[in-house]
Design a protein around this ligand. Structure first.
Ligand code: SAH
Ligand code: MG
Length: 209
């Protein structure tokens, strides 16, 4: 990965350990020529820099989707709340300005397209993706909704990546792990794992649909 982007990614606010980000970059680089990359959960753009680096190298594109209002666990009073991301005018969370700044700093404005909205609403009008990275709402309903809406978009031979997969309940919440199990059940094949990042491949022909 471009060393300047690797250095920048580590400075960006967010939730992507560097080794997992590099694994995400490698997975994306493998399939970026097959079609667009899609990320659910842009936040401040940390993982988008890893994915965007892969897209840029192949002349591809990353669509990164977020309503920028934060997940449940990012609201005031919750574990992952960041008071620096509250819009003083509305009192609500807004990570969009930081995402834009990250993309400018990374020189990825021509490669990464930010989509502002609800992930499932966007999916309803989406055709396909070479890679879908699910890292949006981590609660039961949003994680399963993202899986149901987005896993069918992965092209044959393409990749489905899921973040925060913790097989041991002591390490973190269940829903990302549950949707990883669903993906295996639906015929996706294990591709790679790094930390809590799990990557699966849709077989070129077979039952995954
Ligand atoms: N990938 C990021 C972290 C994402 S945090 C990083 O590398 O740091 C999860 C994000 O998902 C939050 O920004 C939240 O606003 C977004 N999100 C949660 N539910 C969503 C939904 N239904 N539609 C769009 N975005 C959603
Ligand atoms: Mg995550």
């Amino acid at each position: 990965m471009n060393p300047e982007l690797a250095a920048l990614a580590q400075q960006v606010k967010g939730f992507m350990p560097h080794d997992e980000g590099l694994a995400l970059y490698r997975a994306a680089a493998e399939v970026a020529s097959l079609g667009p990359l899609v990320e659910i959960g842009s936040y401040c753009g940390k993982s988008a820099v890893y994915l965007g680096a892969a897209a840029a190298e192949s002349g591809g594109v990353l669509f990164t989707i977020d309503h920028h209002r934060g997940s449940e666990e990012m609201q005031a009073g919750w574990e992952h709340h960041d008071p620096g991301l509250v819009d003083s005018r509305t009192g609500r969370m807004d990570s969009l300005p930081v995402l834009r700044q990250t993309l400018i700093d990374a020189g990825l404005e021509d490669t990464v397209v930010a989509i502002v909205g609800d992930s499932v609403a966007v999916a309803a009008h989406w055709s396909s993706a070479a890679l879908v990275f699910i890292d949006g709402g981590h609660g039961e309903a949003p994680a399963h909704a993202d899986y149901e809406a987005w896993s069918p978009k992965v092209v044959p031979g393409g990749l489905l990546a899921i973040h925060d997969v913790f097989p041991d309940p002591a390490d973190g919440g269940r829903p990302p792990y549950e949707i990883w199990l669903r993906a295996l059940d639906d015929g996706f094949l294990e591709h790679s794992a790094r930390g809590s990042l799990r990557v699966l491949r849709r077989p070129v022909s077979g039952p995954a649909s």
